[in-house]
Design a protein around this ligand. Structure first.
Ligand code: HDE
Length: 676
């Protein structure tokens, strides 16, 4: 913590943290129990007695341990952290946490997949949630974001339809955590506003390497309001300091089997190791006068603001530095809401945002069992809160006095309202007029231009991945008509996308709908992101005789910020004392970013076989490969020497630079790497 200022949220949570270690076991009434293994029975072999209050209490509590999972975003993990501003944004907003650069605002962040159940695997092809609760001195501000900047639909009334379509089908509850089925693609073909987000959902963005290597987007256009009451339109971004990186689809599917908690564990372990994940907060700002200056409607949530047209201003840093103590109490019970705002931030008329403002509290009322979930420790603001709301399930606060209404004379008309000039929230007074209609604005009717821009902006490997992803997903659909409808729809995005997908599905190629726009936004390609070796996980394959070299290689890689795990035939220690983290049985190449092989001349046949399999799979997943000493012979045997991203001696030259590049797509494009 800077300024030696205590973290207010952690101080507050400390009051609720309980450590049972070394304590006497009691009932919930505080009664110390002499026995906890046997229920009370009439005779040693007799029936259990209803009198056994201890058994009843223990079993009843257990019977009620589960709450409904989130209807969407059920699978996720969270972490605590803090946010600090680089420069005052007083010109745009009066929000206190965006004005004062010395202020450190505590945060809680939750990452999630969207479609799968709470126990589903992390590497589903899906959008990711990225929710941040800022515990500001003016109340909680929630930025409930995704890792994709646009959405499938333009109006919240269609959200239940979208979610019904993507979730497992209702008759047999299959498939789990996957959009690769008929109802999802039937929805897409018949709701063509989804075209742009489908492009993102089929791109590498939907299979992130880590939640630490993902962008975040507030999606909607919000408003910033300054002290003078002037409003600017704003879009919020999170830019990961480590860059935006993904895995390949074949790898994703295998990770789901080898370690379904891959992202959860990655976040947890890096925080435990002190590799605190960081993002910069970015703002795109458009003045009120420029609302209609663009070739898209800035209130349409299926459109992004190209960063080349509206630059992203980096204004502060988010750091996650503490894991939760209890998953249920914190990560499961946290309740985010895009309507939790502070003075200086306000809404626009984006019809998707307007509907979200209703949905979140509504769903939380059932999920968290009543109207008092704001009192749960993780949800409490760090500033005081008072009003005339009373009672309901699970009320903690003991409101003293007899006044619970406004206006009153008995309590001097308190709790009182606060004038806007003194920090009270007052809605931005936007002028609105119109007929009551159920309609889509004309300006929302272009569904394809930005989908085409996204396609144009992809590099060659990224285009290939998009085509492969659509071919996979549609290939899993059972109804031929759905494949045809979707391919026809995407011929409006680009024939270079629709044609190869149609060919792979063995269906007629739709007609060319060109000319297509040739607009590009280089910021959309992940090839233009930050490349760093930091926190990359390297498997060091060693045979039992390699002890001497192991430490030298390990030290060198760790000095460049990489994390090294030693993998050998058996667990334990090497002769020199180096700990073997995994044996081949519990490790797999898909769980690492890079592989380095060592081998002594008399390495066993088992080692050679296992190491070759490891290296071969990493090569197919276009990962950096290296060797030291005799290990190079393995690379030679496999024919990998001289290929892009393959280094014969990692002790010479900088393997860190090779790892920083993340993947060597040229192997894939040349057909040398085999991953489907
Ligand atoms: Fe959500 N969304 N959403 N959503 N959403 C929920 O709230 C909803 C949308 C997002 O980590 C639910 O407490 C509607 C966009 C995240 O706890 C629910 C619409 C974006 C999370 C809900 C949207 C999001 C949720 C389910 C269309 C990106 C996880 C559980 C109008 C900007 C929050 C809950 C967490 C969760 C409704 C669209 C992000 C049902 C009606 C767009 C990250 O209220």
């Amino acid at each position: 913590m800077n300024n030696n200022e205590p973290n207010k949220k952690q101080q507050q949570l400390d009051q609720f943290r309980v450590n049972d270690k070394d304590k006497a076991l009691t009932t919930n009434q505080g009664l110390k129990m002499a026995e906890d293994e046997f229920s009370l029975k009439a005779g040693e072999r007799g029936p259990t007695l209803i009198e056994d209050f201890h058994f009843r209490e223990k079993m009843t509590h257990f019977d009620h341990e589960r709450i409904p999972e989130r209807i969407v975003h059920a699978r996720g993990e969270g972490a605590h952290g803090e946010f600090q501003l680089y420069e005052s944004l007083a010109e745009y907003t009066k929000a206190d946490f965006l004005n004062d650069t010395s202020k450190i605002t505590p945060v809680f962040v939750r990452f999630s997949t969207v479609a799968g159940s709470r126990g589903s695997a992390d590497l589903a092809r899906d959008a990711r949630g990225f929710s941040t609760k800022f515990y500001t001195d003016e109340g909680n501000y929630d930025l409930v974001a995704n890792n994709i900047p646009v959405f499938f639909i333009q109006d919240a009334i269609k959200f239940p339809d979208l979610v019904h379509a993507v979730k497992p089908e209702p008759h047999n509850e299959m498939p789990q955590a996957s959009a690769a089925h008929d109802t999802f693609w039937d929805f897409v073909a018949n709701n063509q506003e989804s075209a742009h987000m489908v492009m993102w959902a089929m791109s590498d963005r939907a299979i992130p390497r880590s939640h630490r290597m993902m962008e975040g987007f507030g999606v909607h256009t919000f408003r910033l309001i300054n002290k003078e009451g002037k409003s600017h339109f704003v879009k919020f971004h999170w830019k990961p300091v480590l860059g935006t990186h993904s895995v390949v689809w074949d790898e994703a599917q295998k990770i789901n089997g080898k370690n379904p908690d891959f992202h959860r564990e990655d976040l947890w372990q890096n925080i435990e190791d002190g590799n605190f994940p960081e993002w910069e907060l970015g703002l795109q700002i458009i003045g009120e006068d420029d609302e209609f200056k663009f070739d898209f409607d800035i209130l349409d949530p299926t459109k992004l603001w190209p960063e080349e047209e509206v630059p992203v201003k980096l204004v502060g840093k988010l750091t996650l530095n503490r894991n939760p103590d209890n998953f249920f109490a914190e990560t499961e019970q946290v309740a985010f809401h895009p309507g939790h705002i502070v003075p200086g931030i306000d809404f626009t008329n984006d019809p998707l945002l307007q509907g979200r403002l209703f949905s979140y509290t509504d769903t939380q009322l059932i999920r968290l069992g009543g109207p008092n979930f704001h009192e749960l420790p993780i949800n409490r603001p760090v500033c005081p809160f008072y009003n005339n709301q009373r009672d309901g399930y699970g009320r903690h606060t003991i409101n003293v006095g007899r006044v619970s209404y406004h206006k009153n004379s008995l309590a001097g008309n308190t709790p009182h309202t606060t004038p806007e000039e003194e920090g009270g929230f007052s809605h931005y007074q936007e002028r609105v007029e119109g007929h009551k209609v159920r309609a889509r604005s004309e300006s929302f009717k272009d569904h394809f231009s930005q989908a085409t821009m996204f396609f144009n902006s992809m590099s060659e490997p990224e285009k290939k991945h998009l085509i492969d992803a659509m071919s996979f997903e549609l290939g899993k659909c059972k109804e031929p008509s759905i494949r045809e409808q979707v391919v026809e729809m995407f011929s409006h995005v680009h024939i270079d996308l629709a044609r190869p997908v149609a060919e792979s599905l063995g269906i007629p190629v739709p007609s060319d709908k060109g000319p297509y726009n040739d607009k590009k936004s280089p910021a959309l390609s992940q090839l233009n992101t930050v490349m760093k070796p930091d926190t990359r996980k390297v498997a060091l394959l060693v045979s039992t005789q390699d002890a001497g070299q192991v430490q030298a290689v390990k030290d060198q890689l760790e000095a460049s910020g990489m994390t090294v795990e030693v993998v050998a035939e058996r667990q334990g220690k090497l002769d020199g004392g180096v700990v073997i983290d995994h044996k081949f049985l519990t490790a797999d190449s898909v769980l690492y970013d890079a592989v380095v092989a060592l081998s002594s001349p008399n390495a066993s046949d088992v080692y050679k076989k296992e190491a070759s399999t490891f290296l071969k799979e990493a090569f197919d997943h276009v990962k950096p490969l290296g060797a030291a000493g005799e290990g190079k012979a393995l690379l030679d045997e496999l024919g990998f020497t001289g290929e892009a991203g393959v280094i014969g001696n990692v002790l010479e030259g900088s393997f860190a630079d090779v790892v920083a590049k993340h993947r060597y797509w040229e192997r894939e494009l040349s057909g040398k790497a085999n991953n489907k």
